[in-house]
Structures are given as structure tokens and as C-alpha cells.
Design a protein around this ligand. Sequence first.
Ligand code: ADP
Ligand code: MG
Length: 350
Amino acid sequence: MASLRDKFYGFFSNDVGIDLGTANTLVYLRGKGIVVNEPSVVAINKKTNQVVAVGAEAKQMLGRTPGHLSALRPLVEGVVSDFEATEEMLSYLIKRAQGVSKKALGPRAVLGVPSGVTDVETRAVRDAALNAGAREVYIIEEPMAAALGIRLPVREAMGSMIVDIGGGNTDIAILSLGGIVRSKNVRIAGDKLNQDIIGHVRSEFKILIGEKTAEAVKHSIGSLLPASSSLEALVRGRDLVTGLPREVVLTDSDIREAISQSIDTLIEGVREVLETTPPEILSDIGRGGIYLVGGGALLRGLDSLLSEWSKVPVHVADDPLTAVVRGTGVVLENLDEHRNLLIEHEEDVE
Ligand code: ADP
Ligand code: MG
């Protein structure tokens, strides 16, 4: 039950839940739902140090900026890499989430961090949010947020397993009784697969393609299981011999070959976590299955491949890209009840 205090604040609040991801940042506004969903990219004018664009607009600029502009991704492998840019991005997106209802008092903010990050990394997220205008910051581990977001029974004496495949990292975690029992963070995720595709096209076809192109073909024809008829996509890049533009047709099997080693490493990570999971919980997971969240969950055939290998049912969560932010929303709507699922809250710090 929401306490009276929570209800009171809920009515007037501009509190936000934030999934600060390497690839995408989403904001949940209390009482409203998800109001911001943008790529985690910031474009900065290097002469004036001013932010010129955030999100989709800034992503369009990646790899296309003239000398005085810089488009960058402030998070790398799930953690803050450029502190100031992270702060600017959060500040802009929090303001946009609040729109006209922005209050003088800063919002309370629930933010996710990957499981097992260091105190320093957690502090960077907290400080960025405080500098961006939040008045209180609450931190939750992302697999816990994702599990809440997809309504798994995280508090019960019943194990569940989340595999969150994002842009910079894959978070593999086992949850039970309101806590994380085992977890492992692997640096193989969407960005690495894009790099694999770039490397493969370069070595097989002697063409250099850009990162956005690689990501686009991954989405359009990437599949871990051979389709009945082959999928094809035309990509353009620079011919490494002539230096001029050239086109090539890629198939799903090219993509499969490109990413196979990374996928093996990812599966190995899942295996390692399962291997050290206590037997009662393992038996729960054998029954309930593994839940895939994050954008990488949408990679065709990943669920079948994982399930074939692990002999455990694998479910792609509904709307996997929003699982974590929905979880921060669940916490936000009822902070008192969910306080004990957080790894840090205001009282710990002051
Ligand atoms: P993060 O939490 O790190 O911001 P997300 O959960 O938002 O990451 O997922 C972003 C990643 O998911 C990107 O690398 C993107 O390429 C990948 N992705 C999104 N859709 C698909 C798809 N249909 N197939 C494969 N990968 C996808
Ligand atoms: Mg994520």
C-alpha cells in the first residue's frame, strides 16, 4: 500500500525514474508513464562548450560533425565515461520530461546502474543526477528494475533470471527474495556486435562501413538461426582499395558469421552464472525460464539458441527496451514499499 506521504507527493510530484543506458535513455514521469525515449548521445559546440543537441538529433550527427562540433556518447559499457556530458544530457531530458509542469523543487529520481558496479561508478551516476537538478537520488540495480518492470515475483522465495542485453554491456542476474543472488556483467552487447559486423565486412569485402550502417543491418537482417529464405541488405561504405564509395549485398549468414564469436562469449557468461547458482534456485529457473530484456533481446533467434543450449525455457520480455525504466516507475509509484530493493537511497548518504 502506498503511504499517505507517497500519495501526497504523487499528486504534486514531478518525480522521475530514469534508465540511463549506454545506447538509450528513458524517463518515466510519476503518474504519467514513459515520456522520454532517446538515444544517449550529446552534441557539443567545442568553441562555446554549449550543448547543441541531445538524443535522436545528436545521434544523426555522429560521425558527421564539422570541426567545431562533437557528437559523443557519454556512457561506455554501462557506466559514465564523460561526466559533464552525462550531466548535460540528464538535465535536458529531465526538464523535457517535466515539460510545463516543471516545479521549482527538483524531482526525486530513481536511476538504474548495472549490477556489481563499483561505488565510484554509482557515485558518478548519483552526482550527475544531482547536478542535473534532482533533489534526491535513489539507485537500483538494473536487473532488479527490469524484473520489477516485467512483473516477476522478485520478493518471493522463488528464483528468477534476467539477461539484459544493452548497447555496452549484458547484465546476467539471478534474483530471489528481493535481492540479487548471482550476477555477472559481460561487455559483449549491441555495440560489440556492431563492431563485429564492421570488422567482418572489412575483412571479407574490403569495405569500411560506419557504425550506424552496421547497426541498421543487424536490426534488419541479423538472425542467429538460418531463415527459410535468406535475408539480404544493401550497404554502402568506402572501398578500402580505391577509397571511393562502393555497395555490397550482405545476407543473414554474413551477419551470423560476424557475430558468432561474441554470441558464444555471451552464452558462456550465462553458463557461468547458472553453474554457480544454488540448486533450489536453479530448479526454479528450469521451470520458470530465463527472461531476456534490453534491445539485444530482439536479435532474432537468440531466445531459441539460448534455450537449445541451456535446456531452459527462454522468454523475450514484452517491449524489452523499456523493462528497466518501467521498473524504476514501479519503484517511484511506491517508494516506501520498494525502498528495500534499492542499493542506495538518500539516507545512506547524508
Ligand atoms: P542500453 O540499456 O545499453 O541503453 P538498450 O537496452 O537500449 O541498451 O539496447 C540497445 C541495443 O539494442 C543497441 O545495441 C541496439 O542495436 C540493440 N537492438 C535494438 N533493436 C534490436 C534488434 N531488433 N535486433 C538486434 N539488436 C537490437
Ligand atoms: Mg539497459
